[in-house]
Ligand binder design. Structure first.
Ligand code: THU
Length: 134
């Protein structure tokens, strides 16, 4: 596991901000973007995708992690989550479990925002202590 550079984090934030603009969120009007860096150095992005049948809506993190897996990525070195304005959000409970599934030692979770430079760095273990594992 190589260290995550500031450049990595900046480019992941930019990618998540860009993906957020494509969010399909007509019901909550709460757009979220995510970007994942995998073990190959490939970046996969996602945005939330809501549905008129509300429970079918999907979080940005789930879309980004699914895209990573579909393109051949196995593990998540870092994931960035971006909501609107200057608000930092953390992943929902279900996405904490999804992140834990694909995390490795040293995986970083970065909560950033559409505007401003504020970021909060955390870890899958801090977000989901004592989480379920098969
Ligand atoms: N949402 C995400 O995409 N990621 C999160 O971590 C929290 C919530 C989405 C789900 C829904 O489309 C909208 O934000 C409002 O909850």
């Amino acid at each position: 596991m190589t260290n995550l550079s500031e450049t990595d984090v900046s480019s992941l934030i930019a990618a998540a901000r860009k993906a957020r603009l494509n969010a399909h969120a007509p019901y909550s009007r709460f757009k979220v973007g995510a970007a994942v860096l995998d073990e190959r150095g490939v970046v996969s992005v996602g945005c939330n995708m809501e549905n008129a049948a509300y429970p079918l809506g999907t979080c940005a993190e789930a879309v980004a992690l699914g895209t990573m897996v579909a393109s051949g990525g196995k593990t998540c070195r870092a994931i960035v989550i971006v909501a609107g304005g200057d608000r930092l959000i953390t992943p929902c409970g279900g996405c904490r479990q999804r992140i834990a599934e694909l995390a490795v030692a040293g995986t970083r979770v970065c909560c950033a925002a559409e505007e401003g430079d504020a970021i909060e760095m955390t870890t899958p273990e801090a977000l989901l202590p004592n989480g379920f594992a098969f």
